[in-house]
Design a protein around this ligand. Structure first.
Ligand code: FAD
Length: 312
């Protein structure tokens, strides 16, 4: 994170509560006759219109969803307007794949025919890590990052089996680099490297700029001695890694030709009447916690639906 962190929160200071989805979006509207919530029921897959594609658009059109209900029976719920999937960054891609949307190579290995070819469904997973390291020398960190962007892109591309292309990743990383280091938007630093850790410690040990914190506690000289090698740093980072439980990006919004899964209106490419509204659609990590951003995303999806639907 550069400088200090500013991000929206969902605290209602008047009522002295932290808002949540049920309190803000369900309870006030639960008596509406056109709203039904099925608890303990699971979406298995999206069901497509027979014939699947229209001649003019070549899109597969959602007609209903297959659901396992709370009593264990399986049935179909019709979708006269749209299907909006919000199962989270870890489950939404699986639902798309079970609905025949995804990477044909992966789908065919599981006996599923790809109705829409979207190779990056389930790729691009990004999380924030909770291994805290600070650095005073932002420009030095910036240099270390920019010098390594092509290497980062190469590694991430390889990790996705080259589904995400090296050059596209470099473009995306450069966008983040510009946001963080040039536009100085407070954002979480996504490039966590041995270099940044090393620089942070070197800065601290040489200048002791924080008189209130006289001793380094993490990682500490015992775990990472002064002048430790990159391998020692790497070992410390790997063993101290903890997820911040903020997964995103597994069905990301970006142009289809560079690996996008949804368009700017949150519609899944190659489909009609299917949108995603959850963390899977976020392309980059945000500075801070995700929930407030996701409520904004959901409200935006609602606005888009209202602007496009004949019902409103
Ligand atoms: C321990 C923990 C602490 C966190 N603390 C904070 C915090 O303090 N502040 C903050 O902003 N964020 C916090 N987060 C992150 C935040 O909770 C997530 O980023 C956010 O909830 C993601 O929203 P989502 O809508 O993408 O997915 P989710 O909130 O995960 O919603 C997906 C929903 O879909 C349901 N689902 C999944 N599969 C199916 C299926 N097949 N059929 C039907 N339903 C299905 C799931 O049960 C779930 O209810 C925390 C996360 C964790 C795990």
């Amino acid at each position: 994170m550069r400088s200090f962190s500013i991000f929206p929160v969902t605290i209602n200071f008047d009522n002295y509560v932290r808002e949540d989805a049920a309190r803000a979006y369900y309870w006030p509207f639960s008596s509406r006759p056109n709203l039904s919530v099925l608890t303990n029921s699971f979406l298995n897959r999206i069901v497509w219109k027979t014939g699947a594609t229209t001649d003019s658009t070549n899109l597969v059109i959602a007609s209903s969803v297959e659901v396992t209900f709370a009593n264990g029976t399986v049935g179909v719920v019709g979708a006269t307007q749209e299907v909006v999937v919000s199962a989270g960054a870890l489950k939404t891609p699986g639902i798309l794949e079970l609905s025949e949307i995804g990477n044909p190579t992966i789908l065919s290995q599981n006996g599923i025919h790809a109705l829409a070819n979207l190779p990056t469904v389930g790729e691009n997973l990004q999380d924030q890590i909770t291994t805290t390291i600070g650095a005073d020398g932002v420009e030095t960190v910036a240099d270390a990052v920019t010098n390594n962007i092509s290497q980062y892109a190469q590694r991430v591309s390889a990790a996705s089996g080259n589904t995400m292309k090296n050059m596209d990743l470099q473009t995306l990383f450069n966008v983040q680099y510009d946001l963080i280091f040039k536009q100085k938007i407070p954002r979480r630093l996504v490039f966590k490297t041995v270099a940044t850790a090393f620089i942070a410690q070197a800065e601290y040990r040489s200048h002791k700029r924080l008189p209130v914190a006289e001793q380094e506690t993490l990682p500490g000289y015992t775990a990472v001695p002064e002048g430790a090698s990159d391998d020692v740093w790497k070992q410390w980072l790997v063993t101290h890694y903890r997820s911040n439980f903020h997964p995103i990006g597994t069905a990301a919004m970006m142009p289809r030709d560079i690996g996008g899964v949804v368009d700017v209106n949150h519609t899944v490419y190659g489909t009609a009447k299917v949108r995603l509204a959850d963390a899977s659609a976020l392309l980059f990590q945000v500075c801070g916690h995700l929930v407030s951003t996701l409520y904004v995303e959901a409200e935006r999806v609602a606005d888009v639906i209202k602007s496009q639907s004949p019902l409103f």
